[in-house]
Design a protein around this ligand. Structure first.
Ligand code: ATP
Ligand code: MG
Ligand code: MG
Ligand code: MG
Length: 480
């Protein structure tokens, strides 16, 4: 089954269960002071749970573009190192706003996985919330009972508050959840462990694919919980992980979500993924992942910049550039050349990539060229600093110098230091930065972004699901 078919079957399945299928909301949030990017499928529906918006469709399903690189959910450092955390990923979700609850959510999830996707029942584990005394929360007996009807008891495991009580943030809707994990170890691998098939859930090859959240509480400002007037369902399934399981591979990067991009990187960099060099493999994964995050962010209106959400995007892109530069010997701009293959494979479901292709390429290329100028010098200098250094903590002054003189950002320095088991004196760095700011205040500084909007217009575009239409925003920029 191709990724495209897997996505479509999810939507078709829930359409058959009377869900309204809606397009993904933009990944970039412009009006939420608590969040810069959508980090879970429920974010665009927040107001329904909070009762701030009237529900028109009580059953909804979609695939939502998510980005987990800042705030509560930040997976950036895992990305490329493991094979199942991404910066940008699709979260498949079905929702009930005051409609069905645990019984249907559990039964349908199992039906979809085992009957439509035909995932081996004996490879799956489910978790239920074990309860929490300090909060007066009970063991989730209902969820346990529904699971017991379809799953052997030794495959139902208890989970604690950290993993199995989902909260939107410090305040807001929350509730216990049930997760579905898939054991992707090979039969030989399983046999090695004394013939036991049951494993500890922290095993790197027992992968969480779907989280079913049963929202029934509201966390109030004073920290206490109150029952919501209605009970809701919020589920989130990692699309790329699901493809990995269904396509029978061991890594998200071996699914057809990523292989076309990886083949293109191999061609450009004259390199081979999964050959022997582990560092090259990490670099290829980092680049294949980051191009998606950056391209979708730009398509959704967030350009790289020196502050806020724009800086998050710039950092992601620079991380990719650095890996290409260091481990694939890419001394010239090359990441922008991947937009073409991305557009070919993603535009069917996400027309914004095709609509904004030229812009995405231009922005990425410009960013690559300007960062490459400073990267070489900065990396050399940092190498010298690392090899001459006697303590595990580098001087903050040196890190500031790298930033100030060579434009080498401290978060990049920090990342490289951490990869070498080092850190730097942050207090010293901050104090240098403050001194510089003081100097800057004297000369009247104006903070500006370096990409300027020329025109903006909205175009209606058909995006594929039956009668649904989405607005694709077309913006033109120029670099200043
Ligand atoms: P994990 O424990 O693997 O980090 P999570 O518990 O943080 O996942 P949830 O917040 O429950 O994830 O999100 C729902 C689903 O989204 C997960 O079950 C998983 O399939 C997927 N998912 C979460 N984070 C990522 C990511 N960084 N990249 C790809 N898929 C992800
Ligand atoms: Mg996580
Ligand atoms: Mg988890
Ligand atoms: Mg989870």
């Amino acid at each position: 089954m191709t990724a495209q078919e897997i996505r479509q079957q999810f939507l078709d399945f829930f359409k058959d269960k009377e869900h309204k299928i809606v397009p993904s909301a933009p990944m970039v949030l412009k009006n939420d002071p608590t969040l810069m990017f959508v980090n879970a499928g429920m974010v665009p529906f927040k107001e329904y749970f909070l009762g701030q918006k009237k529900v028109t469709d009580s059953r909804v399903a979609d695939t939502q573009k998510c980005l987990r690189v800042s705030g509560k959910h930040n997976d950036l450092e895992e990305v490329g190192m493991d094979t199942y955390h991404h910066t940008m990923f699709e979260m498949l979700g079905n929702w009930s706003f005051g409609d069905y609850f645990k019984k249907e959510a559990i039964a349908w999830a199992w039906e979809l996985l085992t009957e439509v996707y035909k995932i081996d029942k004996n490879s799956m584990y489910v978790t239920v919330f074990e309860g929490d005394k300090s909060e007066n929360l009970d063991f989730d007996q209902d969820a346990y009972d529904y699971w017991k009807k379809i799953v052997p008891e030794d495959r139902i495991l208890n989970g604690n508050k950290k993993d199995n009580f989902w909260e939107m943030g410090a305040q807001g809707p929350c509730g216990p959840c049930s997760e579905i994990h898939v054991d992707i170890r090979s039969a030989e691998e399983k046999a090695k462990v004394d013939g036991k098939t049951l494993v500890n859930m922290d095993h790197p090859q027992v992968i969480e694919i779907w989280n079913l959240v049963f929202m029934e509480f509201n966390r109030k400002a004073d920290g206490s919980l109150e029952k919501l007037p209605n009970q809701h369902v919020d589920t989130g399934m990692g699309f790329e992980r699901l493809c990995m399981v269904i396509q029978g591979v061991q890594s998200n990067y071996d699914t057809d979500v990523f292989t076309p991009i990886i083949r293109e990187i191999e061609t450009i960099a004259n390199s081979k993924y999964n050959a022997s060099d582990k560092k090259e493999d990490v670099a290829i994964r980092v680049i294949a992942d980051h191009i998606r995050a950056v391209a979708f962010a730009i398509a959704d209106g967030q350009l790289p910049s020196n502050n806020g959400a724009g800086y998050v995007i710039r950092r992601i892109l620079r991380r990719a550039i650095r890996y290409g530069f260091t481990f694939l010997n890419q001394k010239d701009a090359f990441i922008y050349r991947l937009v073409d293959v991305l557009s070919k494979h993603m535009s069917g479901s996400f027309p914004e990539i095709k609509a904004q292709k030229q812009l995405i390429e231009n922005v990425i290329k410009e960013e690559e060229l300007s960062f490459l100028r400073t990267l070489d010098q900065g990396l050399n200098l940092l190498d010298t600093i690392i090899s001459n250094n006697k303590s595990p903590k580098i001087s903050g002054k040196k890190v500031f110098e790298l930033k100030d003189t060579y434009g080498f950002p401290e978060d990049l320095t920090d990342l490289i230091l951490r990869e070498n088991g080092l850190s730097y004196n942050e207090e010293e760095f901050t104090s240098e930065l403050e001194k510089q700011k003081e100097r800057g205040r004297k000369a009247t500084a104006v903070e500006t972004d370096d990409w300027q909007i020329l025109i903006e217009d909205d175009e209606e575009e058909f995006i594929g699901y039956d009668t649904l239409e989405a607005t694709v925003k077309i913006t033109r920029y120029r670099k200043v």
